[in-house]
Design a protein around this ligand. Structure first.
Ligand code: PLP
Length: 277
């Protein structure tokens, strides 16, 4: 299970090859990438099953909720029961349903779903704005040779909800973040590497397997293994990455102002580093 993170996608051909070779199923967390595609296929529909989240920060929202997508009737039937206390939905009423397995109440409400239906109609508009604003902001950062950009396996399929960019070193990246904070322009720019929620270095609850319920031994051992795992390859990438959230509401004037301020901050940091070297 990979994450099609920040509006874009994983290298899906490579993952599919690994799955086929080792007889694994491929699950797509596409919660951040609705509307994105890979070689013409919608993200979230390429693996055996995929998910979208409709929580309040996602590209489209129901307030809360999400969906599972699959082409497998068996998975669909199991998801349908699992999200609703294990009901098989074959009875003439709720009391007549049978329960082939234990489920949960992960149902989306009718009211939330109604909001979601209205949002879906706006998705194409949102995507075209995201793509336009992303491209416009990127043009400013592209003027700095030291800045590089996330490798997107299929550029045409990027939903463009974020622009993820890199500086040459961790030190420079941290300095840019500090300077953006200093100048009051940090909002909407995410340094996932140092954040308590989006990167594994701070996931002590997971690494210590701290749960309120009792885990099975297998689950617990799997989590505890993370403690001794090394993530140096990921660290090397994430310590240099800043993701800028793309707003639907920006005007051309605001993009210009934002772009110019970001470029000024980066140039200032790069110049200081050269002077101090
Ligand atoms: C938002 C998100 C989730 C969780 O979605 P919820 O609707 O809050 O459960 C899972 N994975 C990714 C990658 C997300 O961005």
């Amino acid at each position: 299970m990979h994450v099609n993170s920040c509006g874009s996608m994983a290298d899906l051909d490579a993952l599919k090859t690994i799955c086929t070779e080792h007889n694994l199923i491929l699950l797509e967390d596409a919660c951040q990438s609705i509307g994105g595609t890979y070689k013409g296929k919608a993200l979230g529909t390429i693996g055996h099953a995929g998910t979208f989240s409709f929580d309040f920060v996602k590209t489209i929202t129901c307030g809360e909720g999400g969906v599972v997508m699959t082409n497998s009737e068996e998975v669909w039937t199991k998801c349908d029961g699992y999200t609703d206390h294990g009901h098989d939905h074959k009875g003439v009423d709720r009391g007549a349903d049978l329960h082939p397995f234990i489920g949960y109440n992960f149902r989306i409400s009718e009211l939330h779903a109604a909001v979601g239906l209205a949002q879906i109609r706006k998705l194409d508009t949102f995507l075209s704005l995201q793509r336009k604003h992303n491209k416009a902001l990127r043009a400013y950062l592209e003027t700095i040779p030291e800045v590089s950009f996330r490798k997107v396996p299929d550029e045409a399929g990027d939903s463009c909800s974020f622009l993820s960019w890199f500086l040459p070193t961790e030190e420079l990246t941290k300095a840019v973040i500090a300077e953006m904070k200093e100048q009051g322009i940090l909002a909407g720019n995410f340094y996932w590497y140092a954040n308590n929620w989006h990167y594994i270095s701070k996931w002590d609850h997971l690494k210590n397997a701290t749960t309120l319920n009792k885990l099975s031994d297998v689950q617990q051992q799997a989590l505890l293994k993370l403690k001794d795992s090394s993530f140096t390859a990921s660290d090397a990438v994430m310590s240099r990455c800043i993701s800028t959230a793309i707003s639907l509401l920006w005007t051309e004037e605001q993009i210009k102002e934002k772009g110019e301020k970001m470029v000024a901050v980066i140039k200032k940091v790069l110049t200081n580093a050269t002077v101090n070297a």
